[in-house]
Write a protein that binds this ligand. Structure first.
Ligand SMILES: [Zn+2]
Length: 187
């Protein structure tokens, strides 16, 4: 069991498209176990590999009593129906109550591989469909706050300025950039 630190908004890994998994090996099995352990610790509904700093197309979910994982998912949205009932969406990479209404499709189908490389499919409706859309977004470097309407996007940006984890992180990111620039110019 290995609980990993969850990467927070502002970390570039969350904005980077994750790579396809090509080796269905022990390393992948350990990654999936770490994702489950971390998600249990955080009591969330889903967790994608980039959220623990691993740029691979893998996520796990704990939704309505179902636990599972998916590797290299491809999402299909089978119809146009949406769930825009004001349900609040959040993200473990945006902690401390940053929840906003986010319109999603009502139904989603994810097709991918399991840890052995066998084809699997998850059909989701409602909350599960929301989870599948949220987690596959993570693998493309997209976050749910990108999908908010203008009003809630403005609210989010204002709320963010009051988050000490974010303002502290932003300072450290700037420091890192300055350091790397210095190294670059020296070489
Ligand atoms: Zn998330």
């Amino acid at each position: 069991m290995s609980i990993q630190p969850v990467r927070l908004y502002g970390d570039p890994v969350l904005r980077t498209r994750a790579a396809e998994v090509t080796e269905f090996d022990e390393r992948l099995r350990r990654l999936i176990q770490d994702l489950h352990d971390t998600l249990d610790d955080q009591r969330g509904a889903g967790l994608a590999a980039p959220q623990i700093g691993v740029g691979l197309r893998v996520f796990v979910y704990h939704v309505e009593g179902r636990r599972g994982h998916m590797v290299n998912p491809v999402l299909e949205l089978p119809d146009e129906e949406t769930q825009d009932d004001g349900a609040l969406e959040g993200c473990l990479s945006l902690p401390d109550g940053l929840h906003y209404p986010c319109a999603r499709r009502r139904r989603a189908i994810a097709r991918g591989r399991d840890l052995r490389g066998e084809p699997i499919e998850i059909r989701g409706e409602g909350f599960m469909a929301r989870c599948l859309q949220h987690e596959t977004d993570h693998l493309d470097g997209r976050l749910f706050i990108d999908r908010l309407d203008a009003e809630h996007r403005t609210e989010f940006l204002a709320d963010l300025e009051h988050q000490t984890w974010y303002t502290a992180h932003r300072t450290s990111v700037h420091t890192d950039r300055d350091d790397s620039k210095g190294v670059f110019f020296k070489s």
